[in-house]
Design a protein around this ligand. Structure first.
Ligand SMILES: [Zn+2]
Length: 434
């Protein structure tokens, strides 16, 4: 019997508790437990207490064997026998299960991990545990806020990436609301997000960091937005600013799109329709030339022959491809040469969109060429982070509350969870081998 109890209690794995009985209840497990305490002393007068009553309390625990688990903790109620003592009765309390809690502490911790590390929605996790949304959200806020507020989380950033992302889509009451995200580009982690898209919000965030942290940042990667550039120049004056290659490439393809739409409109008198040759190749036009199969090339040239009446699209497309290839240059010198030839190509054309693109690129020349001085730093990780941000936003069905949104993002992309990996069985060193 002694053996039985310890085996069952080992299965329970809850310090200070023993398992009394297990029953199946409609596919769920109900486990009756009690504490190992056999005596207690009054907190008022120190006299040994007498067992007064037993009172059951129900809490949800981690699932066992794939089944939801409810613990029925048969609590002891103690009574002080000292007539002069103001304390009369009290019930047991242990840190593993808080008073009036509907989840055990370990279940609360796991709920937080699922929301944070796995990126599940609070509603999903709450229904998985069979508790209320507010129960899980309270646990997330309590367990996770210290992790997010830990100053160590931001330590050691050498390359800072800055990017914007939409937080709330526009509706009848407000415009699209943007947030600015700060990323540790080398460490691939989200440092923080702040409301708004402006140099001011970025400056405020950087200026709030300790001086040694700021001095440690050597490079700042940014998208072509003047506000960010100005903020970085004043708040991180010693850091090299690099324009992000991804965004530059995107500017080129945006110009191709603009020209295609204009040519479309001028030659057909209407916006793109399904059977228009140019409309059919609108996606192909955005691809890198090396990613085009033979069939894709055929479709592309057929589309251009059908709709690109004065070769404007073709010229812009070449400019967009060349802009990408700028980054393949062997070094700064070659990069500068290619940039010069590219500028000439744009200037020689009669395409207003290309002239505008060239003006933009010219305005960002130092930041663009800095790419070659910084070993090709790119905001790639920042962009990858943006995809995760979108995923989190979907699981949360769009956040209305910025603080919740920030907490969820940082938990998923900005915190190391150090989750313990189970030891491998069927390894080379079986534990049971004699
Ligand atoms: Zn007492």
């Amino acid at each position: 019997m002694e053996n039985n109890v310890s085996a069952a209690t080992a299965m329970l794995g809850l310090d200070g508790f023993v398992l009394l009985a297990v029953s199946d209840y409609a596919g769920e497990l109900e486990q009756a437990i009690e504490t190992i305490a056999v005596e207690d002393f009054c907190r008022g007068c120190g006299v040994q207490a007498r067992l007064h009553n037993r009172r059951p309390t129900w809490v949800r625990d981690l699932p066992a064997g794939g089944r939801p688990v409810t613990l029925v903790w048969v609590k002891r109620v103690w009574r002080c026998m000292e007539p002069a003592c103001p304390v009369s009765t009290w019930s047991e309390s242990l840190t593993a299960i808080r008073p009036r809690a509907s989840l055990t502490e370990r279940a609360r911790a796991e709920a937080c991990r699922r929301v944070g590390e796995d990126g599940h929605s609070v509603a999903q996790v709450a229904s998985g545990f069979g508790v209320a949304w507010a129960t899980v959200m309270a646990a997330v806020v309590e367990y996770c806020t210290p992790r997010v507020d830990d100053p160590e989380r931001l330590a050691g950033v050498k390359v800072l990436g800055v990017d914007e992302t939409a937080f709330l889509a526009a509706n009848a009451k407000h415009h699209t609301q943007f947030v600015t995200g700060m990323v540790d580009v080398t460490g691939c982690r989200l440092l923080d997000v702040v409301q708004g898209r402006s140099g001011t919000v970025l400056s405020q965030w950087i200026d709030a960091q300790p001086q040694p942290w700021r001095e440690h940042v050597r490079v700042a990667a940014l998208d072509p937005f003047r506000g960010y550039a100005t903020a970085l120049r004043t708040s991180l004056p010693h850091a090299t600013r690099v324009l992000d290659a991804f965004h530059v490439t995107r500017l080129g393809f945006a110009a191709v799109d603009d020209v295609r739409r204009r040519v479309q409109q001028q030659s057909t008198g209407h916006r793109g329709r399904r059977d228009d040759p140019l409309f059919k190749i609108r996606r192909l036009l955005r691809r890198g030339h090396e990613n085009l199969t033979d069939t894709a090339w055929d479709r592309l040239s057929a589309g251009l022959q059908g709709g690109d009446v004065d070769s404007q699209i073709q010229l812009t497309w070449i400019a967009a491809q060349d802009l990408r290839l700028l980054y393949r240059a062997s070094g700064r010198d070659q990069g500068e040469q290619r940039l010069y030839r590219w500028m000439v190509h744009c200037a020689d054309s009669d395409i207003p969109e290309l002239h505008r693109l060239a003006r933009t690129i010219e305005a960002w020349r130092p930041e663009l060429l800095a790419y070659f001085d910084t070993n090709g730093v790119s905001n790639g990780p920042t962009e990858a982070m943006n995809l995760i941000i979108k995923k989190i936003k979907r699981t949360g069905h769009g956040f209305r509350n910025f603080d919740n949104y920030r907490l969820r993002l940082l938990l998923h992309c900005g915190v190391d969870w150090h989750t313990q990996q189970p030891t491998r069985i069927r390894g080379r060193l079986p534990r049971l081998a004699a």
